[in-house]
Design a protein around this ligand. Structure first.
Ligand code: PAF
Length: 280
């Protein structure tokens, strides 16, 4: 397995991989790999002739008061996971290599970035879209694998790829959960024991909303009520609780089949997000 640090070297390695066999898959990550990432990597390995995993904690998607410095980092165990999964190359550039001196080009998807996580994280999706566009441009994969846990990110990247005519298929993969329902996230590593228990209120709220939907409820205000109750019991600080159109992210007042319920909340200092489709 190659470990590549510079964009030029990655471009050459990706060209070589693509010329030998197709399709080339890319799994973009910020490292601290967990079972959610492993499921993306496994799916990519199954569907692609060769896979590149990128590991880059992208400073441009963190706000000044956010957790860039505290974001978990574990390069050596991450490399071992990639090696075990027989990944062709890991791309792990430095910040300086990704954003060279004088860097001045940004990708924005303003309408899809405006609400939900974007409302309280100005500039976050500009950083995400820019770095993903760069990763795609460097690796030129035929397939890129992203998790549904970051649902707004997934929809926004699909839009960016369409709008910029980037020739790559986006494969959205289901959220992987701990046995008790907590969505896997690198940030879970920063939860203390008590916070870990309280964090469960997010998935519990989502499942309760899903049960209500199955029982015939369609009013979003009713779903919000049950979720709010769960989060309040756990003393989680609500950022948003919304039911959204799965393609446009439009906020809904009446849920439709396969609308998604999306939640962001802080447990202690840790901001967590999760979402589930509402369907029979
Ligand atoms: O989902 C993530 O881990 C990041 O936002 C991504 C897509 C790797 C871009 O930095």
């Amino acid at each position: 397995m190659k470990i590549i640090k510079s964009p030029a070297e990655m471009q050459m390695a990706a060209d070589a991989l693509r010329s030998k066999a197709s399709p080339l898959g890319l799994v973009p990550t910020m490292g601290a790999l967990h079972d959610g990432h492993i499921s993306l990597i496994k799916r990519a390995a199954k569907e692609c002739a060769a896979v590149v995993v990128s590991i880059f904690v992208n400073p441009t998607q963190f706000g000044p008061s956010e957790d860039f410095d505290f974001y978990p980092r574990s390069l050596d165990p991450d490399l071992k996971i990639c090696k075990d999964q027989k990944i062709a190359a890991v791309y792990a550039p430095s910040v300086e290599a990704m954003f060279e001196k004088g860097f001045d080009t940004w990708v924005e998807v303003p309408s899809l970035a405006a609400g939900l996580c974007g409302a309280n994280r100005p500039g976050h999706f500009r950083g995400v879209a820019t770095v993903v566009a760069k990763l795609i441009s460097i690796c030129r994969p035929e397939r890129v694998y992203l998790g549904e846990k970051d649902y707004q990110q997934l929809v926004l990247i699909r839009r960016m790829i369409l709008d910029l005519n980037l020739r790559v298929n986006v494969i959205g993969c289901s959220t992987v959960r701990e046995k008790d329902g907590l969505a896997m996230s690198s940030r879970n590593a920063n939860l203390g024991e008590n916070e870990r228990k309280r964090a469960l209120s997010i998935s519990r709220g989502l499942y309760k909303a899903q049960d209500l939907f199955v029982a015939g409820e369609r009013k979003v205000s009713e779903f919000k009520k049950v979720v709010r109750k769960e989060l309040k019991k756990a003393d989680a600080e609500i950022d948003y609780i919304e039911v959204i159109d799965p393609d446009t992210l439009e906020l809904l007042e009446m849920a439709l089949d396969s609308s998604r319920m999306a939640i962001a909340a802080k447990v202690g200092e840790i901001r967590l997000i999760d979402n589930l489709p509402l369907k029979e």
